[in-house]
Structures are given as structure tokens and as C-alpha cells.
Design a protein around this ligand. Structure first.
Ligand code: 13P
Ligand code: SF4
Length: 295
């Protein structure tokens, strides 16, 4: 039996569901029960009827699934599948900023640790960031950890957006600059890209938003300014269209830790169980659920 078949068998035996992010390797996306962007995956995690959730993505996504499902076992196939953006922000930084800006709301991108989310008023993803900010009563918003997404939101709301910290970013997207990328197709740009790149975009969207945009578009060729394997996802969805990575070196090493073999071993050995401290989990859950309510 090949690995994909073994995984299928284990899924049945364990009553497990595999969730995968759009940046996962094609081989992993193909065995997943559901593939999506951060918001779609967080929502899906609330709808699952299974004993195990195997999360093919990075740590903060698996933590979100664990926080939303205290009664299920969440497994992540690698202990080093981490998001480098999340480490830009610490609970201490949030505490200090709250003192400096009393009365400001704290909106945290889901690409943050559970300990930080526990201190947020609400979380957001790139798919709903503007909607989340607009849903608040406060006029001043501390927004972190992605300063590029903060700028994207600031351009689309009258509220005062203060990036927390001022320089938080994703190393994969930060190099996606107009001078580094190709421009020979409809340009799809993720809002984690710097403003210079966002300004060149035909559309700025989350990974799920990119799929929705292509579905409505008549164009045949698209240049994809985000993690390279988003192209795999788009090709699977629209085999008759052409997709090229804006820059082929845009690779998220955290996402690439997950392979078909690691998924198999994770299921076979029931590792690595994602655990979030109870107190942190219950506070983080409120911020995540509030986001799900407004989006
Ligand atoms: P999406 O929510 O658009 O899938 O983005 C998640 C992410 O980590 C982008 O780098
Ligand atoms: Fe984090 Fe960047 Fe990887 Fe997205 S692409 S998971 S923001 S490191």
C-alpha cells in the first residue's frame, strides 16, 4: 500500500480529519479532507465531527484548531512547522501598548501565539481584517503583528491603526517587491506583501480570496505574489488556466516541514499533540469566536 492509501486507512480507523493550508505541498493537499485559508480552516475546525484533527499547516493554525476544540485531539505532523511572523509579538508588548494607548482596541492577526491572542479583543485573518476593524466601537486600534496588513487595513478604514510592533512582517512576503517579481499576467497579491507590491496589484486578497477572484475572472494567466505552492493549489482548482509564482523563491519553510510521510507518522504514532494552557485557551477562544461571529 502506498502512503496516501495508508493515510486513508488510518483516517477511518482513527476517525480523523485532515485539514491543510493552501501553502501545503501538493502531495499533502491531495490527501486532505479540506484545504483552505486561515479563516476557512478556523471555521472548518468548529464544524468537524471527528476524534482527531490532523493539521497540515503551521503552529498557530493548529493551536487555533485546538483552542476551538478542547474535546478533540489536534495533531501537527512536525514540531518545527512554525510561523516566523508570530514571534514578532509578545504578551509584554501588548501589555505596554495597552498602557500607552488606553481605550484602544487590540486586533491580532491569527498569525500570533495563543498567549498573545488571549490578550486580544478580537482576532482577524487577511480575509476579514477590514470587516473586523470596522465592527469595533473604538476609533483607535492596535494591530499586530503584521505591519503590512496593518497598512492595508489603514488604507481602507477611517480608524487610527497603530501597528504593533511597527516592523512585524513575514520573511516570505517581504521580498515580494515590484523589482523582484514578474509582471506577465493578472497580478494576485497577498496583503502580507509590502505596500509597494500591494500598489501594483490587480487584486489584493487572502489565499482563499485569490481562488474566489480567479473563479470570477475570464483571464487565462495569473502571476501569484505569495508563497510558491499557492500556485499548486490554484492549478488543482483551475487546471485549464496558467499560474506562475511571482518569485519562485517565496517559500515558507514552516509550511514545507509537513510531508506525506510526516502526516502518516503523525497519525500512526499519534504525535505531536497540540496543547494550549487552559486559561490561555479560554481567553484566546473568546477573541477567535468574536472574529468568527463578525465574518
Ligand atoms: P491566508 O489566511 O491568506 O491563507 O494567509 C495565511 C498566511 O500565513 C499567509 O502567509
Ligand atoms: Fe507565517 Fe509567512 Fe509562513 Fe505565512 S508564509 S505561515 S506568515 S512565515
Amino acid at each position: 500500500m502506498n502512503l496516501a492509501e495508508e493515510i486513508k486507512k488510518l483516517k477511518k480507523e482513527m476517525n480523523a480529519v485532515i485539514l491543510a493550508h493552501n501553502y501545503q505541498r501538493g502531495e499533502v493537499q491531495r490527501i486532505a479532507d479540506f484545504t483552505g485559508d486561515s479563516l476557512q480552516l478556523a471555521r472548518k475546525a468548529t464544524e468537524i465531527d471527528a476524534d482527531y484533527i490532523v493539521f497540515a499547516g503551521v503552529d498557530f493554525m493548529a493551536e487555533t484548531a485546538a483552542v476551538l476544540n478542547p474535546d478533540k485531539t489536534v495533531l501537527i505532523p512536525s514540531q518545527v512547522a512554525s510561523c516566523e511572523m508570530a514571534i514578532f509579538l509578545t504578551p509584554e508588548m501588548i501589555e505596554e501598548a495597552r498602557k500607552k494607548y488606553p481605550g484602544a482596541a487590540v486586533v491580532l492577526y491569527v498569525n500570533s501565539t495563543a498567549a498573545c491572542k488571549a490578550m486580544a479583543d478580537i482576532t482577524c485573518t487577511s480575509a476579514n481584517a477590514v470587516r473586523v476593524v470596522e465592527s469595533l466601537n473604538e476609533d483607535t486600534v492596535l494591530f499586530g503583528p503584521d505591519s503590512n496588513l496593518a497598512q492595508y487595513v489603514a488604507k481602507r478604514t477611517a480608524k487610527k491603526i497603530i501597528p504593533l510592533p511597527p516592523n512585524g512582517h513575514c520573511y516570505v512576503h517581504t521580498n515580494l517587491m515590484p523589482e523582484n517579481v514578474r509582471h506577465d499576467g493578472v497580478l494576485l497579491v497577498h496583503p502580507e506583501c509590502p505596500m509597494e507590491m500591494q500598489n501594483e496589484a490587480d487584486v489584493i486578497a487572502s489565499t482563499g480570496g485569490m481562488i474566489r477572484y480567479v473563479a470570477k475572472s475570464d483571464a487565462k494567466r495569473f502571476v501569484v505574489a505569495t508563497e510558491r505552492d499557492m500556485v499548486e493549489r490554484l492549478k488543482m482548482e483551475f487546471p485549464e488556466r496558467e499560474f506562475v509564482p511571482a518569485w519562485p523563491d517565496a517559500i515558507c519553510l514552516g509550511m514545507k516541514q509537513i510531508t506525506l510521510r510526516k502526516v502518516y507518522e503523525s497519525m500512526k504514532e499519534k504525535k505531536y499533540v497540540v496543547k494550549v494552557n487552559d486559561e490561555i485557551a479560554s481567553k484566546a477562544k473568546k477573541a477567535i469566536e468574536r472574529m468568527l461571529e463578525v465574518s
